[in-house]
Design a protein around this ligand. Structure first.
Ligand code: SAH
Length: 353
């Protein structure tokens, strides 16, 4: 049993079952036993590999896309260049390297990283030390400056706690984490007087599980408040669907799926992102697969250019990385990009009408 499992069992004994969201929040960000507060999750030695860790091309192309949108919007200065959940800082480093030659971009940028884990902040600081930019950290999106906002988040929304609801013959109940034979176990609440009035809930068939991520909606609303007032663009990249599809809570440990209640605090815990209710918060949005967006941003040309300097195993792994990011059988179609702008803004780079 993990140390966090012991604490949670104690808490449930005393206070009763907890929501899936409470469980997720404790597993990921508990101050002493949380996954992101204590562990090094990324890369082959960790539990999962993310797009910016697969290839520099991911950050380069999104960096140039953000810079293009900044130029298209009249190069506002100063502006916030932000990332949500920057992990090791690899994506922001690639963005900054790729945009060095964009006149005025770095001078006008105030880089803000929204990161909850003190440990990962230290890693990000070391990764980004070589860049001569103003760099600050924020605990939540609410602390982002009131200024034009050009933002990216990769695999951030999937880490935000979700609640799960199940439609039974007699109405809706919430899925809870309680105890069975002294171990953590899923159960159901009493009947709920009401559930959110969204398309996912309205159209769910009997027996279906619907997920709801209040923190994701709150985050997008906070971004949109700034973008609506001052301009900007947000790219939200994650795996998920336009509309929630059942139970998507999953744990990953050492690159393999793990039962979500098996190793609290020692496995990554995520849920697929339900994009429709997030897009609904923006006056204008564009949505497509990661593969389609990277192709439109010119990944083929960039990959060919990088390949010219590579041979042997390095070339093989570069070609595999290109395929992994774009191929529909790999990350290309499982991962989606939601771009958020204010009303009447031009279509963001990477999207087609
Ligand atoms: N974007 C990076 C890392 C993804 S992992 C990449 O693509 O490699 C998720 C990141 O979000 C981690 O940095 C984690 O510490 C951070 N995070 C998770 N929940 C958070 C929260 N509620 N608030 C702020 N940061 C959070």
């Amino acid at each position: 049993m993990t140390p966090l499992a012991a604490l949670l069992i104690q808490r449930i004994r005393e206070g009763g079952p907890i929501t899936v969201a409470d469980y997720m929040a404790e597993c990921l960000l508990h101050p002493t036993h949380g996954y992101y507060t204590t562990r090094e999750p990324f890369g082959t030695a960790g539990d999962f590999t993310t797009a910016p860790e697969i290839s520099q091309m991911f950050g380069e192309l999104f960096g140039l896309a953000l810079a293009q949108a900044w130029v298209d919007q009249g190069a506002p200065a100063p502006f916030t260049l932000a990332e949500l959940g920057p992990g090791r800082g690899t994506l922001m480093a690639d963005i900054l390297r790729a945009t060095r030659a964009v006149p005025g971009f770095h001078a006008a940028a105030r880089v803000v990283l929204v990161e909850a884990s003190p440990r990962l902040r230290t890693v990000q600081q070391a990764t980004l030390a070589p860049f001569a930019v103003t760099l600050t950290w924020a605990d939540t999106v609410d602390a982002l400056p009131d200024a034009p906002l050009f933002l990216i988040a990769n695999e951030f929304l999937d880490a935000l706690p979700i609640r799960q609801f199940q439609r039974g013959p007699d109405g809706w109940r919430e899925r809870l984490v309680g105890l069975a034979d002294g171990a953590l176990s899923f159960g159901l609440s009493d009947l709920l007087p009401q559930v959110p009035d969204t398309p996912a809930f309205q159209t769910a068939p009997a027996g279906a599980i619907v997920e709801d991520c209040a923190q994701a909606r709150h985050a997008v609303a906070a971004l949109m408040a700034r973008i609506t007032r001052h301009g900007g663009l947000a790219y939200l990249v994650d795996y998920g669907d336009w509309r929630s599809r059942g139970d998507t809570l999953q744990a990953l440990r050492a690159h393999a799926f793990d039962p979500p209640l098996a190793h609290p605090g020692e496995a990554d815990l995520t849920a697929h992102v339900d994009f429709e209710p997030l897009a609904a918060l923006a006056p204008a949005h564009a949505f497509d697969s990661q593969g389609a967006v990277l192709n439109r941003l010119g990944i083929a040309a960039r990959a060919a250019r990088l390949a010219q300097n590579l041979t042997g195993a390095a070339l093989e792994s570069h070609l595999a990385a290109h395929r992994r990011l774009t191929d529909p059988q790999e990350m290309g179609s499982l991962f989606k990009v939601l771009a958020l702008t204010r009303a009447n803004a031009p279509l963001p780079p990477g999207f087609a009408p």
